[in-house]
Design a protein around this ligand. Structure first.
Ligand SMILES: CC(C)(COP(=O)(O)OP(=O)(O)OC[C@H]1O[C@@H](n2cnc3c(N)ncnc32)[C@H](O)[C@@H]1OP(=O)(O)O)[C@@H](O)C(=O)NCCC(=O)NCCS
Length: 292
């Protein structure tokens, strides 16, 4: 694939393209990029059974490696018959996060490079509205899963409304997709570890809202963790709690987040699960040869 096709596949925005091209021209230290490429290759396709090494925390070195490693991922998807639209939707998160980085910092970068390692090690797939990472649980929860069971860790990209019909469709696609492509790793449960599952939000967001309806799908696993800036980051894209007084209070979600901070309470990350529905047919199958 040529560079244009690569940047399009990764949904790199127009304003970030020149910076990506400059990265690829490579006046940075190539030794560390190669170390990152080796780390990606070791963990690749193991669904985190081989945890990823982090030879550096330099975000642009990671992005450079992601650009170089993408053809390997595409080839792996193709060899498994994964539809081209799944590959594209999955990799579009790279461009989305480069854009989020620019929105947050005003500069080209990839603050969330660690998140994108899910994608480049072939652990995560975008199926409709949601993303699903296939992984083994490290703990057991009675009635939900045993230690070592395969589950889908569910993630919500910032890609428009979280309408219940889209969530239904996505869950159903996931059941069909993983049964078809990874039959040796059977899944019946999706888990979610998110600021959105803080029980406080159930009180604040009615079931009629998209957020309210989404969070009510999950059975709490009784695991919560202090995460003071997590909701702030996802709603306002800042982790700076000192900005609470100046942030906008226009929407009910913004008010829910800020009014809690006003009271000095700490936001919680909470973990829940839901049973996957019976799967429908996988998304439209297209030849993926054009990606090679
Ligand atoms: C999750 C998300 C898709 C929900 O969006 P949605 O479908 O528009 O949500 P709803 O329709 O239920 O919105 C309910 C209210 O919250 C507001 N709202 C939703 N998301 C918002 C956001 N990111 N920022 C500010 N307000 C938001 C809506 O405007 C609406 O306000 P109103 O009641 O005053 O009219 C959206 O918040 C988002 O993209 N978040 C970032 C991604 C994320 O948090 N992922 C989870 C990571 S663990």
């Amino acid at each position: 694939m040529n560079t244009d096709e690569l940047l399009t596949l990764l949904a790199i925005a127009e304003e970030d393209r020149d910076d990506c091209l400059a990265l690829l021209r490579g006046d940075r230290d190539r030794t560390t990029v190669n170390e990152v490429l080796d780390a990606l290759a070791r963990s690749f396709g193991t669904f985190d059974e081989v945890p990823l090494d982090e030879p550096t925390k330099d975000e642009l070195t990671w992005l450079h490696a992601f650009l170089l490693f993408t053809p390997t991922l595409v080839e792996w998807h193709r060899a498994r018959g994964i539809p081209e639209d799944v590959t594209r939707d999955t990799l579009a998160d790279v461009g989305r996060h480069v854009a989020i980085s620019r929105r947050v910092t005003g500069e080209f970068g990839l603050q969330t490079w660690r998140w994108l390692t899910h994608h480049l090690t072939a652990r995560i797939f975008a199926l409709g509205r949601l993303q699903f990472a296939l992984q083994r649980t490290k703990v057991a929860y009675a009635g939900a899963f045993e230690e070592g069971d395969w589950v889908l860790a569910l993630h919500i990209p910032e890609s428009g409304p979280l309408r219940p019909d889209l969530v239904d469709e996505s869950l159903s696609l996931a059941s069909g997709f993983f049964a078809e492509h990874f039959p040796d790793k059977p899944v019946t449960v999706a888990t979610c570890d998110s600021w959105m599952l803080d029980p406080y939000l159930v009180e604040r967001m009615p079931a009629e809202t998209n957020v309210g309806s989404f969070i009510r799908r999950f059975t709490p696993l009784g695991v919560t963790k202090d995460a003071p800036a997590e909701a702030l980051y996802f709603v306002f894209r800042t982790r700076d709690l000192s900005r609470v007084p100046e942030l906008p209070r226009e929407t009910s979600l913004q008010r829910a987040v800020l009014e809690r901070a006003d009271r000095g309470e700490t936001w919680q990350l909470a973990w829940g699960y839901l049973d996957l529905p019976a799967g429908t047919a996988a998304p439209s199958r297209e030849a993926v040869s054009s990606l090679a």
